[in-house]
Design a protein. Structure first.
Length: 130
């Protein structure tokens, strides 16, 4: 089946017409590997502005992002917190690099985010989500 697919792809896309990662497609399919779909649009680098870099906005956004998932299991919440910390660290670094906040303020916010407790579901609501 894969061999037939490779033959069809080679017939449709001669080697001279293959560009970039699609040049590897027949070989990858022959080896049974799947190819990821290309991104719909080029990736953009997030550059925070002055309002975003305000300490109260940064800590509130961190908490708000985690509050959305308050009913999830502790393992899921811990992983989400790790991801939010990674995003927060990158944002703080960008804010400091652009001189929108001082490095000292960025470091203090970073320490605050690391010690911020995970949000808890209100008592009696359970921890199951549909």
């Amino acid at each position: 089946m894969i061999a037939l697919l490779v033959e069809v792809l080679v017939a449709l896309f001669p080697a001279g017409r293959l560009i970039g990662s699609t040049a590897l497609l027949p070989g990858a399919l022959a080896q049974g590997r799947t190819m990821p779909t290309p991104p719909a649009a080029p990736a953009r680098v997030y550059r925070p502005d002055f309002a975003t870099c305000q300490p109260d906005h940064l800590t509130a956004a961190f908490r708000r992002q985690l509050d959305q998932f308050v009913g999830q299991s502790p393992q899921v919440m811990a992983r989400l917190r790790t991801l939010q910390l990674e995003l927060g660290e990158a944002t703080l670094r960008s804010c400091a690099d652009q001189n929108l906040i001082s490095r000292e303020v960025a470091e203090q916010i970073w320490r605050d985010l690391q010690t911020m407790p995970l949000p808890q579901a209100p008592p009696g609501t359970g921890s199951q989500r549909p």
